[in-house]
Design a protein around this ligand. Structure first.
Ligand SMILES: Nc1ncnc2c1ncn2[C@@H]1O[C@H](COP(=O)(O)OP(=O)(O)OP(=O)(O)O)[C@@H](O)[C@H]1O
Ligand SMILES: O=c1[nH]c(=O)c2[nH+]cn([C@@H]3O[C@H](COP(=O)(O)O)[C@@H](O)[C@H]3O)c2[nH]1
Ligand SMILES: NC(=O)CC[C@H](N)C(=O)O
Ligand SMILES: [Mg+2]
Length: 512
């Protein structure tokens, strides 16, 4: 993305780092996230117009707290520190950070101090901000002024405009901070001198250029699931390398009802080189007797790669493997400073040794809704762009515990009914992801005057834009009733159906 101005977000392990990055992009500025271990040389070489420090779980005053080379403060590049970031700046530049007995968490009334500030611009004098911290700055570094305060935090914001160093204790990136995006916009446009030279259209153009540069005259194999992300990746790659691209769709025996054939129908007859590999025996064989979710994910991640390697050898001289990896896959797999939530098969589940020269992941920085915007930009058909996501490990993580052919078959039938009824009710677009889960639990029921002892099926429906946080979908009772009735009547092996009413967090969307 060398033709665009760059904002570099330096990651100290905060929960909302992804949001900062996408807010910056929403403001029309290209943005990359780098771990705090990034070197000064790399920063100089990338020449960002501004730098943002994220929040983080540590306290800046403990030994081994994440730090950055203080030489950074001398480069003259504008810096905005958020939460941990403002605390780090304060401490590094000679101020003091302490821990009070009171914490500020969530909605907090915040007051501007009567100082002119480019960062605050026309932000009102009183506003609600979203806080998430224990520590606070009790002594400012030399040359800094406090620009906002709350009842328990005297330094809710500070700045040294001469040095172009700014800090916010609150999180401007979350929606709950009133005027939060305005604060970011002020930083970008009034302080860093952003030109707003970036959009999704540019993303397509530069991504294609970059792929061309990386691949040269080599060949690329794309892991294509038929889902949104890999279909958008296919469109980008096809533009970049034409028929030196081969798309491999792995039918691992963990697809939904009829899905393998449907994917082949869509991609198998167009202009792209498309290969369907039927690998159910390989995958199910390796998953036999395995019930731990992380083990399942790792086995599937590895087996995917082995299949791609085998196919690569058949084609001959394939240099690059491409995947439709997106940002949530990366953060949840615990890459960088974030905690491991689950190993997405295409990131944390990847084996250590891979028989390709390189990995190409043109969407690695983007969120689902940004990928969709890009898909529309590239002219992909609506049904592909708006398909609900389906995880790479497929039904393996929706049959809880050990996987058997019988359980897969029960789940496939139940899931197909659920999806059909959601679609019949006209809810397919408003519920962003919906599916059935076969729990390992069995319970007693009575059917046809006889006793049953069968599986409990869970239905899950969520509303979300970026799949990082989600609310459970308020599916009308009559739709749930119809689904429940049909599944009990049409699918053998299930005698009880429950609806999952947890949001993410604390739950995740998938059950494993
Ligand atoms: N059955 C499969 N065959 C080949 N590649 C796959 C398969 N399933 C997943 N992948 C690869 O793993 C990546 C991540 O899977 P993921 O499900 O997150 O994305 P997707 O399938 O492209 O889109 P969606 O999130 O809409 O389902 C895909 O982009 C693709 O590169
Ligand atoms: O390709 C994928 N490989 C995986 O291993 C994986 N795990 C979860 N998901 C999908 O990611 C989104 C967030 O899911 P969770 O809330 O369960 O983490 C949801 O849309 C999930 O369906 C995956 N996609
Ligand atoms: N969210 C944060 O960045 C928190 C910073 C620091 N750990 C504190 O508690 O104040
Ligand atoms: Mg998928």
């Amino acid at each position: 993305m060398e033709n665009h101005q760059l904002i570099m977000v330096i990651d100290f392990g905060g929960q909302y780092n992804h949001l900062i990055a996408r807010r910056v992009r929403e403001c029309g500025v290209y943005c990359e996230v780098k771990p705090y271990t990034v070197s000064i040389e790399e920063i100089k070489q990338k020449n960002p117009i501004g730098i943002i420090f994220t929040g983080g779980p540590n306290s800046v005053y403990v030994k081994d707290a994440p730090r950055i080379d203080p030489a950074l403060y001398q480069l003259g590049i504008p810096i905005l520190g958020i939460c941990y970031g403002i605390q780090l700046i304060a401490q590094e530049l000679g101020g003091h950070v302490t821990s009070p007995d009171r914490r500020e968490y969530g909605r907090t009334e915040t007051t501007r101090r009567p100082v002119e500030s480019l960062l605050f611009g026309d932000q009102p004098d009183h506003f609600i901000s979203w806080m998430s911290h224990t520590d606070y700055i009790d002594r400012l570094p030399e040359g800094f002024v406090a620009t906002a305060a709350t009842a328990s935090c005297p330094t809710a914001a500070m700045e040294n405009p001469k040095q172009k160093i700014y800090g916010l204790q609150m999180h401007p990136e979350v929606n709950h901070t009133e005027g939060g995006i305005g604060l970011l916009r002020n930083f970008l446009y009034n302080i860093c001198g952003a030109a707003g030279d970036w959009s999704m259209k540019d993303y397509a153009v530069t991504a294609v250029e970059q792929i061309k540069k990386t691949v040269g005259d080599g060949k690329v194999l794309l892991a294509l699931s038929g889902g949104v992300d890999s279909s958008v990746a296919a469109a980008l790659l096809e533009r970049a390398v034409g028929d030196r691209l081969t798309c491999i769709f792995v039918d691992h025996g963990l697809m939904r009802k009829n899905e393998g054939d449907e994917v082949e129908q869509v991609f198998g007859h167009g202009k792209i080189n498309f290969i369907r590999v039927n690998a159910a025996d390989r995958f199910l064989g390796r998953l036999q007797g395995v019930s731990d979710p992380e083990r399942k994910r790792k086995i599937i991640g590895e087996e995917f790669i082995r299949v791609f390697e085998d196919e690569g050898r058949k084609i001959g001289k394939v240099d690059f493997l491409a995947q439709g990896t997106i940002y949530p896959d990366v953060v949840e797999s615990g890459v960088g400073e974030a905690a491991v939530i689950k190993s997405h098969h295409n990131v944390g589940g990847l084996p250590a040794v891979v028989d390709f020269k390189g990995l190409i992941e043109p969407l690695r920085m983007l969120f689902k809704d940004e990928v969709r915007a890009l898909g529309e930009q590239l002219g992909l058909p609506e049904f592909l762009v708006w398909r609900q996501p389906f995880p790479g490990p497929g039904l393996a993580i929706r049959v809880l515990g050990e996987i058997t052919e019988e359980k897969l078959s029960i789940l496939r039938d139940a899931d197909a009914i659920f999806r059909e009824e959601i679609s019949n009710a006209g809810l397919a677009r408003s519920i962003n992801q919906y599916f059935a889960v076969l729990t390992g639990m069995r319970s007693v029921g009575v059917m046809g005057d006889g006793r049953t002892y069968d599986y409990t099926l869970a239905l899950r429906g969520v509303t979300t834009t970026d799949f990082m946080t989600a609310d459970w979908a308020k599916i009308p009772y009559d739709v749930l009733e119809k689904v429940s009735g049909r599944i009990i009547n049409e699918v053998r092996g299930i005698n009880r159906i429950v609806y999952d009413i947890t949001s993410k967090p604390p739950a995740t969307i998938e059950w494993e």
